[in-house]
Design a protein around this ligand. Structure first.
Ligand code: ADP
Ligand code: MG
Length: 746
């Protein structure tokens, strides 16, 4: 282990009186550019840095003699550089660095591409560790683009075990950090290790002793060392488990406390109007599914109580959530109260406005639409100011709009007249998962007597949520699930398309368009990556070779060009991606809706609830790169009418027919089943929109561990029952505050 207290410590960063709270600016060796990169990852202090965990490991502990290296294998070797030179290959604009290293058993050739500076890093006679994949050309073996680490000369000649060099990158199990903001794992290891060695005994224990014992968890000091620089992969797992448990535990405490907080608030009690509900159901041109009826009943029952409802209505795309929501708003309006209905985009709010107007047309309600640009009242366009008067005066029963409605209730931005309700009782939000009590209270501001009340909340989502997730992340919400689709829906035909079948598929799409249909094309990213370095964050080429598969991922812009110029020059193609301005996005969607565009090429932004009933083809490029649940969401964009619809899963890797995930998609069309399968097959990844909630990585990654999740939740419950204010656990309380801030920043 490093002895940082000693006089000959090599690390500048170990000087001075560093503490956990020391800002990163004061760490020697982190310049302004790196400070900024760290800050973008929310790493501001030494503590944040130490709690920035690797996401996987590479086992480089087994160093073998050069004489034993085999072609095709990943190997670690150690030796002396006997030659190094740069060779320019002008034709391919490459610089090739070639070196020879020698140990007592043999000599090996090394090559690096486009890293000419390496010639300054290594000199003849230097001792190095190298780790990489053995390749061969014309029978001669060489190590290509290996990761490297120089061995300081004072260690180089030492005999085994005496003055052993404690390496950073090779010769041990090494941590690989998520390579974001251009921070390489190499750099992070170099910075984190000496600091951790110096400070690890100052890290306070944040988990109660009893809970640690009960769940057989490591102490924090041991765990934090082992998670960064594990002695073995088993130790790394144990360390991860400790932190995963802690995150799940804190998450559970957080949601349980939100639940307790809300239970103390008051809401307007809305009596259930059975006669009216019956009339509504009879007025529909279809029969409600049993799941719709059950969900509606649960919602109406909640509304009757003088406590704010906090309910999530979960249902696959097309399962008919909007009708259920309409029923609740009707009941609320009949009791003389108002409803606010929020959607994430203008398009979606217009869509809801249309649907709600349609299903409630026989009931004489006043329905308004308010977006950043325009406002409607019933069928008519109306001035924003006029609409606001009708809302404030209580004439409007339902206000549908974007989240701008909430922003506009902010009395601190006086340039706009704030939205004020007369007697708001229900807030419905579509596809947004976090909506705090404060935000709800704010919507009631200014409504006289009502101001002390919290409106009921109905949140809707088409994202199927695995059980463990609903226990933790959504633990503060009650769940209503619509787990069946209306009868008579046609099954969407799903097929995996091999590269050689592409042409025929394009022809099929052309036929569909000629029949009047439309198609989506989904690609995994916007621009093609410029170089491997951009993708991989520089030098850790080998360590992250897995990400190389992203190199050939279809990029939206490229695909748009190809489809417009080569494949479908006769058709109208549109483009949609997250880097476009919101106005441009809206325009693209509107043109698609109005059939001006035949084929829309898009990134995953098209995922959320957009309804284009005329679209019958969903074609997904590089489908093996997406999560199952996400693919299912894409597929749900088609099949929303009587036309037979198709989902084509293009694959870049030939022979991927046997991919388990894609096959699951062909045989299964139930989003909930797929979500559970996805969790089991590949772990949670980010398929459920982790970023959206700010859920800690390890908690997220361990959601497939049902036992760990329920243990954390039970322990959280127990602790809160005994000590709701967490008076005995100041550190835990502090962690929760950080956690809460993070979530509220979303
Ligand atoms: P979701 O919001 O869950 O994706 P919607 O509420 O938009 O689904 O419903 C999708 C379509 O199905 C709408 O056109 C709606 O009128 C229709 N629909 C809803 N419920 C039923 C049902 N029980 N039977 C037949 N059609 C239905
Ligand atoms: Mg919907």
């Amino acid at each position: 282990m490093l002895d940082c207290g000693s006089g000959d410590c090599r690390f500048d960063s170990c000087r001075g009186h560093m503490q956990l709270s020391t800002p990163i600016e004061e760490i020697a060796g982190i310049g302004p550019a790196y400070q900024n990169k760290l800050k973008r990852l929310n790493i501001k202090t030494v503590k944040d840095l130490l709690f920035h965990f690797p996401h996987r490991y590479e086992d480089f502990s087994n160093i073998i003699p050069i004489s034993q290296v085999e072609e095709g294998k990943t190997v670690c070797v150690q030796g002396k550089i006997t030659d190094i030179k740069n060779i320019r290959i002008f034709r391919r604009r490459l610089v090739l660095t070639e070196a020879l290293i020698n140990d007592n058993s043999g000599t090996l050739k090394i090559t690096w591409f486009n890293q000419p500076y390496l010639i300054n890093t290594f000199k003849k006679g230097d001792f190095v560790f190298l780790a990489g994949k053995m390749s061969a050309k014309k029978g001669r073996k060489y190590l290509s683009s290996p990761a490297y680490e120089k061995i300081p000369s004072q260690f180089a000649d030492s005999s085994e075990n005496e003055k052993k060099y404690d390496s950073f990158h090779i010769g041990r199990i090494i941590p690989v950090y998520p390579e974001t903001e251009g921070l390489s794992s190499r750099w992070l290891r170099f910075i984190i290790k000496p600091i951790l060695a110096k400070l690890k005994n100052e890290i306070p224990e944040s988990l109660p002793e009893k809970i640690k014992e009960k769940n057989n968890l490591l102490q924090i000091r041991e765990a934090i060392w082992q998670i960064h620089f594990p002695d073995s992969l088993e130790k790394a797992e144990k360390a991860k488990k400790r932190f995963a448990f802690e995150e799940l535990f804190e998450l559970s405490i957080f949601v349980l406390r939100e639940r307790m907080k809300l239970a103390k608030e008051k809401a307007p009690a809305i009596p259930m109007n059975i006669e009216l509900i019956k009339k509504f159901i009879e007025s529909l041109p279809f029969k409600l599914t049993d799941a719709q009826k059950k969900s509606a009943w649960q919602i109406l029952k909640d509304l009757e109580k003088p406590r704010p409802m906090n309910r999530l209505l979960e249902g696959d795309v097309g399962s008919g959530k909007t009708v259920v929501a309409a029923m609740a708003t009707l009941n609320v309006a009949a009791a003389g109260h108002q409803t606010a209905f929020l959607a994430p985009t203008e398009i979606l709010s217009k869509q809801h406005f249309k649907t709600i107007n349609e299903v409630l047309k026989n009931f004489n309600l006043n329905i308004g639409l308010l977006t950043g640009k325009e406002s409607y009242y019933g069928d008519e366009k109306i001035e924003r100011k006029k609409l606001l008067e009708k809302i404030k005066g209580g004439e409007a029963d339902i206000l549908i709009g974007t989240h701008a409605i909430i922003q506009d209730t902010d009395l601190l931005t006086p340039q706009k007249t704030p939205v004020q309700f007369n007697n708001l009782a229900l807030v419905i939000i579509d596809e947004q998962h976090r909506f705090g009590v404060e935000q709800r209270a704010r919507l009631c501001r200014g409504s006289g007597e009502q101001a002390k009340l919290i409106p009921h909340l109905l949140s809707m989502t088409a994202t199927p949520i695995p059980r463990t997730l609903s226990l933790t992340v959504y633990g503060n919400l009650d769940l209503s699930v619509i787990d069946e689709l209306p009868k008579g829906r046609r099954k969407i035909i799903t097929k995996i398309i091999q590269p050689k079948e592409k042409k025929a598929t394009y022809e099929f799409i052309r036929e569909q368009v000629k029949d009047g249909r439309q198609a989506f094309v989904i690609c995994p990213r916007i621009d093609p990556p410029k170089s491997p370095a951009e993708n991989l964050g520089g030098q850790d080429l080998l360590l992250d070779a897995r990400s190389l598969s992203w190199m050939d991922v279809k990029a939206v812009k490229q695909e748009y060009k190809k489809l417009t110029e080569e494949i479908f020059p006769d058709l109208k193609i549109g483009m949609l991606h997250g880097k476009m301005k919101s106005q441009e996005k809206e325009n693209a969607m509107t043109e698609f809706k109005e059939k001006i565009i035949d084929i829309l090429v898009s990134t995953s932004v098209v995922e959320v609830g957009v309804d284009i009933p005329n679209a019958s083809v969903m074609m997904i490029e590089g489908s093996e790169k997406f999560g199952l649940a996400q693919l299912h969401q894409f597929r749900g964009r088609v099949g929303r009418s009587d036309f037979q619809s198709y989902c084509f899963l293009f694959v870049d890797t030939p022979g991927i027919v046997y991919n388990r995930r894609l096959r699951a998609l062909i045989t299964c069309d139930n989003g909930f089943e797929l979500a559970e399968k996805d969790l089991a097959i590949r772990g949670p990844g980010d398929f459920t929109g982790q970023r959206q909630w700010g859920i800690p990585d390890l908690a997220m990654a361990s959601l497939s561990d049902t036992i760990l999740v329920s243990r954390a939740r039970n322990d959280a419950k127990e602790i809160l029952q005994k000590d709701p204010e967490l008076k005995k656990y100041p550190l835990l309380r502090e962690n929760l505050e950080t956690f809460q801030k993070r979530i509220h920043l979303e």
